[in-house]
Ligand binder design. Structure first.
Ligand code: SF4
Length: 94
């Protein structure tokens, strides 16, 4: 949890391509570490949000796709994140 809180406090957002790893294949978890997969699972990331108004695209931790790329990312873990996704760490944009 401390790592998650630290990630939230980052002053500059990480570059999205570094977080997504496969920025043009949003279904691929290739190259994502076991640690990041575990965080993804612990936060119950789902590619389709069960809560209409709470989705990755309107979360403060969402990283929109870089120019010319298809997949977004998240500040909390590496790997592709879809705009309509969700996890238990969702936080409104500030
Ligand atoms: Fe990341 Fe979760 Fe926010 Fe989506 S809802 S951007 S997975 S923190």
């Amino acid at each position: 949890i401390a790592a998650l809180v630290a990630a939230c406090g980052q002053k500059s957002a990480p570059k999205n391509d570094e977080r997504v790893l496969n920025p043009d294949n949003c279904d691929s978890l290739e190259g994502v570490s076991r640690e990041d997969l575990a965080i993804r699972e612990k936060l119950a990331y789902a590619s389709e949000s069960p809560i209409k108004d709470n989705q990755c695209h309107n979360c403060n931790l969402y990283l929109p796709p870089a120019n010319g790329r298809k997949c977004g990312g998240c500040m909390l873990f590496k790997g592709p994140v879809l705009p309509g996704g969700y996890c238990t760490y969702w936080a409104p944009k500030i």
